[in-house]
Write a protein that binds this ligand. Structure first.
Ligand code: ZN
Length: 234
């Protein structure tokens, strides 16, 4: 496999990583995906990411030809050591510093490290993640500086030349919907609405125009608001 033409997408099953998968498939000849099972409260996203991949292959055969293996890694130790609203059944709130308790310390740093270790074995140098600093939920590990520092650390520590790509870094949520439309039009928007999962509580009972979710957790509010702004400017 040519290094230059292959990418590994960190696919959680959410709107952002689903959009990143389409973005990577448009650019690279071979795209693999990696997901992490860390005991997340919204473990349903692991089912959604699989369904999204399947639906994507069906709706976009040209992308299906490029889509390679999916890897789901067990990071249950992260869930065991994390006292957060993402891994425990507690109310979502902010701490004294303003940091939401949905923040799982070390999560993205571990994700990148595991993705790089996997990429090493698979001969994939480009790691694509849907982290974003614009609308971000206050997570320090989604910042551009964090990702850039991580790239340097991985390259020094593994004697490699990984490139960490973050196509959504400077987009807000409305911009992410716009990017999806540009990549795959209404059919891709429909797949993201139907199959991607954002809600922190794992709710998929009610379908809104922006997708499934409780409609009131911070993740649902951000997704719904982005959708509203995106539709308003169309
Ligand atoms: Zn929700």
């Amino acid at each position: 496999m040519s290094h230059a033409n292959a990418a590994m997408v960190l696919l959680s099953g959410g709107q952002d990583s689903a959009t990143c998968l389409a973005w990577a498939l448009e650019r690279y000849a071979r795209v693999e995906t990696v997901g992490f099972d860390y005991g997340q409260r919204h473990g349903v996203e692991l089912v959604c990411r699989r369904r999204f991949r399947e639906a994507l292959v069906e709706a976009f055969p040209r992308w299906g030809e490029r889509l390679g293996d999916d890897h789901v890694l067990d990071l249950s130790a992260l869930g065991q050591i994390s006292e957060t609203a993402m891994t425990r059944d507690v109310t979502i709130e902010n701490d004294a510093r303003g940091l939401p308790n949905t923040f799982v310390p070390g999560r993205n740093l571990l994700f990148f490290t595991y993705a790089a270790a996997l990429g090493w074995r698979r001969g994939v140098r480009r790691l694509v993640a849907g982290v974003c600093e614009t609308d971000y939920s206050g997570y320090p590990d989604c910042r551009d500086d964090t990702v850039k520092a991580m790239q340097v650390t991985l390259n020094l520590g593994m004697e490699q030349r990984f490139v960490l790509e973050t196509p959504l870094m400077w987009l807000d949520k409305a911009g992410t919907w716009q990017l999806a439309e540009k990549l795959g039009g209404e059919p891709l928007l429909d797949l993201i609405i139907e199959h991607s999962h954002t809600c922190y509580l794992g709710e998929r009972g009610v379908r809104h125009d922006w997708g499934y979710g409780c409609g009131h957790c911070p993740a649902c509010l951000l997704r719904a608001e982005g959708w509203r702004r995106y539709r308003a400017v169309r």
